[in-house]
Each structure stands twice: as structure tokens, then as C-alpha cells.
Design a protein around this ligand. Sequence first.
Ligand code: TAP
Length: 477
Amino acid sequence: MPSPFEYAPAPESRAVVDIKPSYGLFINGEFVDGHGASFKTISPATEEVLAEIAEADEADVDAAVRAARTAYDKVWSRLPGRERAKYLYRIARIIQERSRELAVLESLDNGKPIKESRDVDVPIVAAHFFYYAGWADKLEYAGHGADPRALGVAAQVIPWNFPLLMLAWKIAPALACGNTVVLKPAETTPLTALLFAEICQQADLPPGVVNIVTGAGGTGQALVGHPGVDKVAFTGSTAVGKAIARSVAGTSKRVTLELGGKAANIVFDDAPIDQAVEGIVDGIFFNQGHVCCAGSRLLVQESIAEDLLERLKARMSTLRMGDPLDKNTDIGAINSGEQLKRIRELSEVGDAEGAERWEVACELPTKGFWFPPTLFTGVSQAHRIAREEIFGPVLSVLTFRTPAEALEKANNTPYGLSAGVWTEKGSLILKMASSLRAGVVWANTFNKFDPTSPFGGYKESGYGREGGRHGLEAYLK
Ligand code: TAP
């Protein structure tokens, strides 16, 4: 039956962003040409070419690392913490002032809905810079020794799912601790990192403190392998994380790895069911499921499974998919053709293994990369869709009878990044939280992020923590 209420289109204006036809690399406070072949970044919602981006080769990476070293030796490591804090505050304020521009650009380049980039990503980005500005002159009280010192030059490589937020998680603590950085954004989402470079210029950040080198995996490899870096911070897939761990083994480089996940979102029979349904939807469909800590395995107590699934399907049917710049859009575009292919392939594996697919009946746009919100029932522990990260809007549903069985199933994964628990019993929450092998456990909520709270994984989800007081440790001697 057609809905009695239709939404009128509510597009956010693109006029606020000024996308240049081409971008260089940001080295030593200036935009310079790269020596590699350039590449195009596109809008995944329309496949429109947004800009031509320079690719950094080894010589460019070398120039960026040298600029960062000089800035470290001559300026940044000599500044007292309170002076570094002023720069971080200034950057945070400019991010707030230019938040609309950043949000629109992020949605254009990444495909995520504007209401997420506007209300989640960009405010948390600003909050990170404010938070770590506060630490810059208090490092000796952070619990990491009486005289903590910076490491030097940090090489930082980030993925495409939260381009600006991952940049903030990396750059804010590094600078607060007195390090300088060379950051490589993902090939498919370089634009907000390049706008951030302009913000560094606007904040009069000394040249070389932040350097941005764009490119693909080869550029990342050249950066983490450069002998002049003291620290490698990587967020991305477990496969690349393992390769990086191997490449830096035997060197004096410090490493933190934030990798993949396959989180269990566990719903007990006494949970407030409608709130749990909202949490499940938020857990797996937020950011099209391109979330390392997504609640991609729903574990639901058998006695309420039928009722919960009925309500979940009804709620999923109300999700609005389409133009990322429309303020009513809940689900945007898949970030790339390559990622869409992976989501399709793994979903087909789910069909082949005998799980039952249900997806929202909706018309997909003819251009761009799209995948409807989908769930699989009849999933067993052995199924690949219960074990591998799909990194898309696909939920695998399993059932359990007792808390012990839920725990056993939740922990039966090579990953250990996050988990969710839904129940009215505080004692059960505490029991589950202390027994779940996951870096973050949310109770009666999901996907909540805060700069004061550490984030990171166990097992194949990586090592090291980002965020909070703990996040400083990765950037201090
Ligand atoms: P990756 O393919 O691993 O890419 C991550 C970054 O590393 C990109 O900038 C990539 O460049 C670069 N890269 C690729 N090969 C490299 C190499 N050999 N050496 C150095 N750098 C290299 O992951 P992705 O597909 O972009 O992101 C999805 C993955 O990230 C998921 O598994 C997700 O769970 C994980 N993730 C984890 C977290 C946390 S906090 N744990 C947060 C977000 C995402 P190009 O993109 O240009 O090829």
C-alpha cells in the first residue's frame, strides 16, 4: 500500500562547496604537483567525476616525510604544549565554522547520507580536535609517565568509510603529543582530507606539521615503509594490516592497527523490543554498513526471534534510500564499484550456503553503486556470512537459547572489535560485557562514539587504542 505521507525532496545545496578541477599533494604547507599518474575521484551516487587527484610516488612521499621531520625538529617539538593546543583549538573552531562545507563534500565523495555527515561525522571530528587540544599541555598527567615525549614523524593511513573522522582520530592526538604527520587518505575519498589541508593553512599551522599525500595502496606502502618515520598508524582491512605489521617488523617503528570486525549484537528476551530494533538498524545500516564496528551478526534469543524479525523487517521497509545529499535519506550509496562487487559476492555465498535472504523492496537508482538493506536468516556459525566482514548493509541473523550460548557464539570469531547487548537486567549486561572479547561493548545502544572513550580491538581487529587518554599512549615515548 502506498504511504499516505510522501516526503518532498529536501536536497542540501552543493553551492557551499568549491571543488577544484584538480588537486596536488599537500607538502610543507603548500599544494604541489605529484610525480605519479593522477587519478579521478567520483561521486559513488552518480559516478560523476568530482576532481582529478595527484598520486604521490616514492619521491613525493620522501619529500613529505622530510618536511615532517624538519617541522618536527625545528618547530613542533620545541613548542610548549599550550602553544600546540592553540593550533588544535583553532583547527577545531574552523571545522565548526566550515562544517556545512565539510559535510556536503564528505557526502559527495563518500556517498554517505548528509544527515550522518552533518550530525555525526563532522561534529565528532571537531570534538576530537577540541578534546586533544585540552590534553596538549597536560600530557604528564595522562598516566603515561612523568615526562612523556613525542615519537617524531607519524605515518598515518586511513580508509574510505569515515574519511574525515579517521583523519581526526589520527591527526588530533598525534599533534597534541608533539608529533608531525604524513597522512594518506583512501583513493576513493581524498577530498575532505584536502579541504582539511586548506584548514591547516587557514589556521596558520607551521608548514610541514601536517602533510597529506594522496594515492592508492602503493603510496600507502611507500609511506609506511619509509625509513624516516617513527610511528605507523593504520586503519583498514585485516589483510593490509597484517602486511604492514610484517613490513615494519624488525624496525624501531611503533605501530597501531585498527582493523576489521564482525560484531555480535545480542538481544535477550527481556529487552525493550522496539528500542532494540532501532539499535539493530543503527548497528548495521548506519553508513551503509561500511563500519568496522557494525553489528553485522544479530544474535537473538529464540523465544522472541519471530516477533523481533517481523518488527525489524517492518522498520527496514521504512528506510529511505537514495540521494546522499537529500536530508531525508537514511541509506546512501555504496562507496565504490569494487566494494559493491564484494557485497554482492558474499551475499551470493550466503544464498549458496542455504541461508534465506530477505531484502527491502525498493527501486535502486540506475546510476551509481547501490545495495538494498538486506538480512539473512537461517545462518549458522559455519557460514561465511557469519564469519567474514561484508562491510555493507547486510545483516546475518542467528538465534540462541541461553546467555552462555550467546557468549559462546559472540566470541566465536577471529575478530574482537565491538559488541552490543540488549536486556533490562544490569547484572546480565555486566556479565556479558566482562566476558565478551571485544574492545567496545555497548549496552542498550549501538554505534556511539565519543572522543573521551578509547576504541580498538582484540585478535584480528588489531592492536592499540585510539581516543581518550589511552589514545595518547600511541604517540608518546
Ligand atoms: P584497505 O584496503 O586495507 O585500505 C586502507 C588504507 O590502506 C587505504 O588508504 C588504502 O589505500 C591503503 N593501503 C592499501 N594497501 C596498502 C599497503 N599495502 N600498504 C599501505 N597502505 C595500503 O581497507 P579499506 O577497504 O579501505 O577499508 C575497509 C576496512 O577498514 C574494513 O575491513 C574495516 O573494518 C576497516 N576499518 C577499521 C576501522 C577500525 S577503527 N578498526 C575503521 C574503519 C575501517 P587505497 O584505498 O587508496 O587503496
